[in-house]
Design a protein around this ligand. Structure first.
Ligand code: HEM
Length: 417
């Protein structure tokens, strides 16, 4: 145990973590007046850290590795076992280039256009419905777009079950009990489905266009020149499909932001592409989605008087860094304007991880996320009018991941004249 850094005295904080959720790390940082403390958590001695400097350390591959960091329960629901998230070194970079090669700026725009069109196609149906739940609609719409973009065939009758399965994997990441088991079942079903598809593509039974994610995952070769086994290729293809569906969470929060700050609609109409971008960034900063990240110390080092022992688990507070007063003025205030002059920085704004995505684990899907959100916000602001009936839009800070209780119900939807 480090004597020089604050140490939480509790025998184990796992229960408190479940109770405080996104605020657990930040609450302790505030209490100890520090951005680094040690605690017993998840049955081990863990170092918790927050802020830009901490993120810089965390993304130094000489100091940290991912091997052994992600709990099995997270691999069996959210990531898939032994997937890119758990890899290190050259093998990781090689696999990462595969993901990044799919997500070129042109493809990001392409997805944005697909999302925009898919929303427009919904209007006629919504005009006939009494009300719709935006989160549910976004999940299914993004599932269709994700499958079309990756080359994965999807029958209309399948959309709901597949969308629900991808969402259940995400919903399980901070869960114990039934939510965890639902996520596991969803993963098994999705892996069976996609493994079969990879096998069919490899055997030539199913034709697929090259340059789609389905093709690239099916025929990717590791640095040793081997193909992934069909199951592993499926796990990695699901690492493209699932997170596209997960953008539904940010879209739902964007709708909440428009409701809570009605003046933003006019600013978006007047502000062009620049303001739309600022609004999207503020939604990703302000609302809770990813709480923290974990890595293990690769070789012992000392920082800020704290010895980081080889093999020790270290958590980086993503939510806390995105609400760090040293970086953000009035961080708990929703204000897209803060992004007008915010300098590019790889470590201070980390809703999808930090550092350079080509060199480390930062999310390769940020461009896709931003484009899909932009298309959705433009749709909500410019293409339709709607009423927002009484509902519970609050979201729990203890539940990880969280979501507005009602999922954002809209009624009396009509096409804008
Ligand atoms: C990694 C968040 C969307 C694919 C990550 C990480 C986070 C994250 C926090 C981990 C970073 C780290 O370990 O350092 C999100 C959020 C999204 C989103 C909140 C919005 C819903 C996407 C999209 C894709 C994607 C749209 C692909 C189409 C991945 C992959 C990784 C990853 C493959 C693993 C990267 C690696 O380990 O090198 N994401 N992501 N994500 N994300 Fe995303």
């Amino acid at each position: 145990m480090n004597k020089q850094v604050p140490h939480d005295k509790s025998l184990d904080n796992s229960l408190t973590l479940m109770q405080e959720g996104y605020l657990f790390l930040g609450n302790r940082m505030k209490e100890y007046g520090t951005d680094l403390f040690e605690a017993r958590l998840l049955g081990q001695q863990v170092i918790c850290m927050s802020g830009e400097e901490a993120a810089k350390k965390f993304y130094n591959p000489e100091l940290f590795q991912r091997k052994g960091a992600a709990p099995k329960r997270v691999q069996k629901t959210l990531f898939g076992q032994n997937a890119i998230q758990t890899m290190d070194g050259d093998a990781h970079i090689h696999r990462k280039i595969l993901f990044l090669s799919l997500m070129t700026p042109a493809e990001e725009k392409n997805i944005g256009n697909m999302v925009a069109k898919a929303w427009e196609d919904k209007i006629a149906e919504w005009e006939q419905a009494e009300s719709i739940v935006l989160f549910e609609e976004a999940k299914e719409l993004l599932c269709r777009v994700a499958c079309e973009w990756t080359g994965v065939p999807l029958d209309e009758e399948e959309v709901k079950i597949r969308a629900d399965d991808f969402a259940a994997m995400v919903d399980a990441f901070g869960a114990v009990g039934p939510r965890h088991w639902k996520g596991r079942k969803a993963r098994t079903r999705a892996e069976d489905w996609i493994t079969g598809l990879i096998e069919d593509v490899r055997s030539g039974e199913r034709a697929v266009e090259d340059e789609t994610a389905l093709y690239e995952m099916a025929f990717y070769q590791t640095p040793d020149g081997d193909q992934l086994d069909a199951h592993m290729a499926a796990v990695e293809l699901i690492n493209v499909l699932r997170p596209i569906v997960a953008i539904s969470t940010f879209i739902t929060f964007a709708a909440v932001a428009l409701f809570d700050h009605p003046e933003e609609k006019e600013k978006l109409r007047q502000g062009g592409e620049e303001y739309l971008d600022m609004f999207v960034q503020e939604v990703r900063r302000f609302y809770p989605f990813g709480p923290f990240l974990g890595a293990r110390v690769k070789k012992e080092f000392e920082w800020k008087g704290c010895i980081f022992k080889e093999g020790q688990l270290v958590l980086l507070d993503m939510y806390g860094t995105n609400h760090d007063e040293r970086i953000w003025d009035q961080p708990f205030y929703f204000n897209p304007e803060r992004f007008r002059h915010h300098p590019e920085n790889l470590y201070d704004f980390i809703p999808q991880g930090g550092g350079d995505p080509k060199k480390g684990h930062r999310c390769p899907g940020e461009g896709i996320t931003v484009e899909a959100m932009k298309a959705s916000i433009e749709f909500l602001v410019d293409k339709i009018d709607y009423d927002i009936p009484d509902q519970d839009l609050s979201y729990s800070m203890a539940r990880m991941p969280t979501l507005p209780e009602s999922g954002f119900v809209m009624s009396n939807v009509r096409r804008k004249a």
